[in-house]
Ligand binder design. Structure first.
Ligand SMILES: [Mg+2]
Ligand SMILES: [Zn+2]
Length: 187
């Protein structure tokens, strides 16, 4: 049975301020409204899954353990706000800039769908009922590549974004989308 549905969340630029290669807890700044938005998704019956490219691992800026430690902390912050993050996946690879074992054309670096398909299998997701939310073209592409029902482009410049790629929604913040989704499903 594939009875579950998920909101797939890009991390940097959607959940937290994207300052480039964030890996320290002290540098992780939650964006306004993220907890409220995720409570809405949760109340609408969605599982919550973080999917993030972390080529900083491949480039040798930080380690997989650093990412795991940060994500444990992030999940704890959400839990204290009443939100359960079901899974947090990251891709540590880069096909050109990667060092050693991390130099790889993998199937998990967005827009490749590997992380989303792993979540589909681990959480028994109905992808057609699921939503991918990100702030880059590759986030919209990965939603399409993984067969999710809706794609959301978080952007301050929807005119520019619309020229880059066709998404189902263009919103200025996670909370703006969550409120729009709530009113469209409860009205
Ligand atoms: Mg991003
Ligand atoms: Zn990868």
């Amino acid at each position: 049975m594939e009875a579950n549905k998920a909101v797939f969340l890009d991390r940097d630029g959607v959940i937290n301020q994207d300052d480039g290669y964030v890996y320290k807890i002290n540098d992780f700044i939650f964006l306004d409204g993220v907890f409220d938005a995720c409570r809405i998704f949760q109340n609408l019956g969605f599982k919550l899954v973080i999917v993030t490219n972390q080529s900083g691992v491949a480039r040798g800026f930080y380690t997989e353990d650093d990412v795991l430690t940060l994500h444990d902390w992030v999940k704890t912050q959400f839990r204290q706000e009443g939100v359960n993050i079901d899974k947090a996946y990251f891709c540590p690879h880069h096909n050109e800039q990667g060092l050693g074992i991390y130099k790889l054309s993998c199937n998990c670096r967005k827009p490749e769908p590997g992380m989303l398909l792993q979540a589909k299998s681990e959480l028994s997701l109905d992808m057609s009922q699921s939503i991918m939310i990100g702030d880059k073209v590759s986030d919209v592409q990965v939603g399409n590549n993984a067969g999710v029902g809706k794609t959301v482009y978080i952007t301050q410049d929807s005119t520019k974004a619309k020229n880059e790629i066709a998404a189902d929604y263009y919103c200025q913040s996670l909370l703006a989308f969550a409120e729009a989704l709530k009113s469209s499903t409860t009205s």
